[in-house]
Design a protein around this ligand. Structure first.
Ligand SMILES: [Zn+2]
Length: 65
């Protein structure tokens, strides 16, 4: 599995998955803000990021799950 760039849905903290699997990342809280929610950077363009930031956290969680 090639490295996957992801970012925190709350604060935008970038994170690169090396050997870690996506399943494990989804159980890891953001080291910066403690939020549990990641999305592949490639899947997020600027309008999508803006939309996420404007959403209530509850909806973001649903989107991730
Ligand atoms: Zn964060």
């Amino acid at each position: 599995m090639s490295p996957l760039a992801v970012e925190c849905l709350r604060c935008g903290q970038p994170h690169v998955l090396g050997d870690a699997r996506w399943e494990r990342l989804t159980e890891s809280e953001c080291p910066r803000c403690g939020y549990l929610g990641w999305a592949p950077s490639a899947a997020l363009d600027e309008p999508a990021r803006r939309a996420l930031r404007e959403r209530p956290v509850e909806e973001r969680r649903l989107r991730v799950a």
